[in-house]
Design a protein around this ligand. Structure first.
Ligand code: HEM
Length: 395
């Protein structure tokens, strides 16, 4: 009996030592360069729990704040069971996105593969990814050019807002989910592109994402001249005034919504729907003074760049006007990723929000019922679903 106990004790010690050795082993290998500073945390989990700890999505969170101030914008860690280089540096993030399939490769954790399936675009790599992406892009291009697609989006927005006329309080996240389900074409795209059906939880998640766009406007619900709300009202009234009554909005109208596009960009910068993406180094990569060893996970953190005060003046303020002077196709603004994996749904998502806002600002005023900060979980969520008190108005 005592011998058997001793045997299992030795096995247990062996397993524990094996786990510890396996965890820290990459640090003892001889690398052909200097690794970024940082630490590997606890065996097995590393620093994953700290990294994933929820925080307001318009902040970088305690973990990144602490690590960047201790180690700089690029540091090493152990996340999602892999040795990892975390990048909060705009140049390195850009370099990673531009070198997809050459130096880096998309590498989502195994559970995501299980959920989306092996041939989903987000997890596919190499030729399979290229083929899927071509199909998706041509689907998006054809859909975009069909007027009934834009009409569907607008009809849905009107339908949802009509239902608010008899309500005093709405849970915005639920309304957005309804909108998503109603936009049949959108469902088709989600189905075709990601291989998801409308009732799967991931579909609901994607449909919810566009909520974050609303963040900024919700902060300024009153018609005070000089606020984003007042400016948006003016823009949408003007567009309506030059159109025949009851005519649907079209691409030309969308292109005229300059200020609304600034608001959407600012909400994407400030709200950070996608905080970071998953990559893996395909070979040893030298960047500045650091080495990123082959096989290590690499996480470009978009939110850190979006909220970096050295890159965006008054970064912690919602200020849509900054986009009047600022080009949105720049290294410091990547809400939809970049390079060959850049989001194919970006324009469609923006049109939906713009059309919804067009009808919202002309017909309603609203206030948030409670403070309900968007939280990075790491994808954005509102804990209380974002309850709004709404008042119908005709400005
Ligand atoms: C606010 C809305 C959205 C945001 C912020 C967003 C963001 C992103 C980001 C950051 C990526 C890059 C992932 C990576 O590099 O690993 C991506 C990829 C992707 N997005 Fe979106 N997205 C949005 C809406 C949509 C919509 C509406 C669709 C579908 C119509 C869509 C379909 C996709 C697909 C299929 C990919 C994979 C592309 C590839 O791997 O080549 N997204 N999205």
């Amino acid at each position: 009996m005592a011998m058997a106990g001793g045997f299992w004790f030795v096995v247990l010690v062996g397993v524990v030592l094996g786990v510890i050795l396996n965890h820290f082993w990459p640090l003892f290998l001889k690398h052909r360069g200097v690794l970024p500073k940082g630490n590997f945390g606890w065996p097995l989990l590393g620093e994953t729990l700290g990294f994933l700890k929820p925080h307001p999505s318009n902040s970088i969170g305690e973990f990144l704040q602490d690590h960047c101030s201790r180690y700089g914008k690029v540091f090493k860690s152990h996340l999602f069971f892999s040795p990892t280089v975390v990048s909060c540096d705009q140049e390195l993030n850009y370099f990673i996105l531009q070198n997809e399939d050459k130096l880096f490769e998309c590498s989502y954790p195994k559970p995501i593969h299980g959920i989306l399936g092996k041939i989903s675009m987000l997890v596919a790599v190499g030729d399979t990814h290229k083929r899927l992406r071509n199909v998706a892009l041509s689907l998006v291009t054809t859909t975009k050019s069909k007027p009934h697609f834009l009409n569907d989006i607008e009809t849905t927005a009107i339908h949802i807002l009509d239902s608010w006329k008899h309500k005093r309080r709405v849970i915005f996240c639920e309304e957005a989910r309804k909108a998503g389900t109603l936009i049949f074409t959108f469902d088709v795209i989600v189905k075709q592109v990601l291989g998801l059906t409308p009732d799967e939880p991931q579909t609901t998640k994607i449909l919810e994402d566009f909520l974050t766009f609303m963040r900024g406007l919700i902060s300024f619900p009153l018609y005070i001249p000089g606020t984003p709300y007042a400016r948006a009202v003016q823009e949408h009234q003007y567009i309506r005034s030059i159109k025949p009554k009851d005519e649907y909005l079209n691409w030309e109208d969308y292109k005229k919504m300059d200020f609304t596009q600034n608001v959407i960009n600012e909400a994407l910068r400030y709200g950070n729907v996608v905080k970071f993406v998953h990559r893996k180094a395909l070979k040893d990569v030298k960047f500045r003074d650091y080495l990123i060893p082959s096989g290590w996970k690499v996480l470009p953190i978009f939110s850190a760049v979006h909220l970096d005060p050295s890159l965006h003046a008054s970064a912690l303020q919602f200020h849509p006007w900054r986009w009047e002077k600022q080009d949105q196709t720049c290294k410091k603004f990547t809400p939809f990723g970049g390079g060959t994996r850049c989001c194919p749904g970006s324009e469609l998502a923006k049109v939906e929000v713009a059309f919804f806002l067009h009808h919202l600002v002309q017909n309603f005023r609203w206030t948030t019922e409670d403070v309900d900060q968007p939280v990075a979980y790491p994808y954005v969520e509102f804990r209380g679903g974002l309850a709004l008190i709404v008042d119908q108005c005709s400005i």
